[in-house]
Write a protein that binds this ligand. Structure first.
Ligand code: ASP
Ligand code: MG
Length: 402
């Protein structure tokens, strides 16, 4: 097998941990695999470099920032290769440029455009362990570029896609993706397999195991992604095509997002173009509107409610007040969004009913509802958010009973 392994900042956080990673890499090699290892900077390094730059300038030039920031990953890649060689393994460290990673020239948030795989291919072919500095590439002008914060996941997925690897393992300090946040429900279980689309829903709701962009890229390039811990030998979670998941549970997990706020507009004119006006203005201002409900109009007026991220509430307020000065506008930030995610919902009816009954039984009021093919989201009062998660987690049989 050709495996791409990516080790995040905490996994390479100090010299001892780099040594530990070297042992893990060596073991994978001993098992007969070809191996490309992508590394992050040691945890805290990138922030430190940013601080250094800010010592001299509030607005450091993006080109120079990229040269600076790419250094963190170079350090780790070189150290890991040195450690592996010392253990008797043939390893070689490559910068993004040396690995053939070409990006556009949007400094500090560049996109990978192309990967010239010859160099990596030659080294892998010669039996060498290739260690690549993540998070970076080179523009066609020859300038160093970086991919945006957390970007070494992207490097790993893109390399796995370009090299047609069998597996891309992303190592962090958590065991994988859970049916819900174990801090909210300790009976949460680790999920063995999950589809790209489900993972995207989890990630966009704040499950921080994987960056959304890398899941999207994995889906596009059809890369089998595993997220697992570098601190133990637990299996992790495989993120893959829906077809590869044999037993699809109806609901794979329950997510909670407390950082939502609601804006309600009462008494707005019930006529064509009003929603267009409000929501295009919000979109122009880059405000992320999530759920929207409008009631059936009465007496020529209607009410519209929608949610935005809590930290965009003030901005959204200003925008809305400008658009319609006759409407009565209410704000509420003590709300939480609870979502059920599962591809199994596509082929099952009655999923929503079960959720609504379970919450009703505990007297939790559902204030807004939205559904998609693989997700049902409900807004409840913030103080009931965690309770709602536990109730739904149990209602769908997700609790770990062992
Ligand atoms: N070191 C970079 C960052 O902290 C990239 C990464 O770790 O993925 O954002
Ligand atoms: Mg990271």
């Amino acid at each position: 097998m050709l495996i791409v392994q990516k080790y995040g900042g905490t996994s390479v956080g100090d010299l001892e941990r780099i040594e530990n990673v070297a042992r893990r890499v060596a073991r994978t090699k001993d098992e007969g695999n070809d191996l490309i290892v992508v590394v992050s900077a040691m945890s805290g390094e990138t922030n430190k470099l940013i601080e250094y730059a800010h010592h001299f300038s509030k607005n450091p030039s993006p080109r120079e920032m990229d040269l600076l920031l790419s250094a963190g990953e170079r350090v780790t890649s070189a150290l890991l290769a040195i450690a592996l060689k010392e253990m008797g393994y043939d390893a070689i460290a490559l910068t993004g440029r040396q690995a053939g990673i070409v990006t556009d020239d949007v400094h500090t948030s560049a996109r990978i455009e192309n990967i010239h795989t010859e160099t990596m291919q030659n080294h892998v072919g010669a039996g060498r362990i290739v260690v690549v500095a993540g998070f970076q590439g080179i523009t066609d002008k020859g300038d160093v570029s970086t991919l945006g914060r957390g970007g070494s996941d992207l490097s790993a997925v893109a390399i796995a896609g370009a090299m047609d690897a069998d597996l891309c393992e992303i190592y962090t300090d958590v065991d994988g993706v859970y049916t819900t946040d174990p801090r909210i429900e300790r009976r949460a279980q680790k999920i063995d397999r999950i589809s790209y689309d489900e993972m995207l829903e989890f990630a966009s709701m704040g499950a921080k195991v994987l960056q959304n962009r890398s899941v999207e890229l994995a889906k596009k390039l059809n890369v089998n992604l595993v997220t697992r811990s570098s601190f133990n030998d637990n299996e992790g979670t495989l993120i893959t095509k829906e077809e590869n998941i044999m037993e699809q549970p109806i609901v794979s997990g329950v997510a909670l997002d407390k950082n939502q706020a609601r804006i309600t507009l009462r008494n707005i004119k019930d006529e064509p173009g009003i929603a267009a006006k409000i929501f295009s203005k919000l979109a122009d201002e880059n405000i992320n509107v999530d759920m929207i409900i409008q009631n059936v109009g009465q007496d020529g007026t209607a009410n519209i409610g929608f949610t935005v991220p809590e930290n965009e509430l003030e901005h959204a307020k200003r925008v809305v007040e400008e658009v319609d000065d006759t409407a009565v506008i209410e704000y509420e930030s003590n709300i939480a969004k609870v979502s059920l995610v599962g591809v199994g919902m596509k082929s099952h009816s009655g999923v929503a009913g079960t959720a609504f009954s379970a919450l009703a039984k505990e007297n939790i009021n559902i204030e807004m509802i939205s559904t998609s093919e693989i997700k049902i989201s409900m807004i409840v009062s913030e103080k009931y958010g965690e309770l709602a998660v536990r109730i739904l987690h149990e209602a769908y049989g997700l609790d770990n009973r062992s």
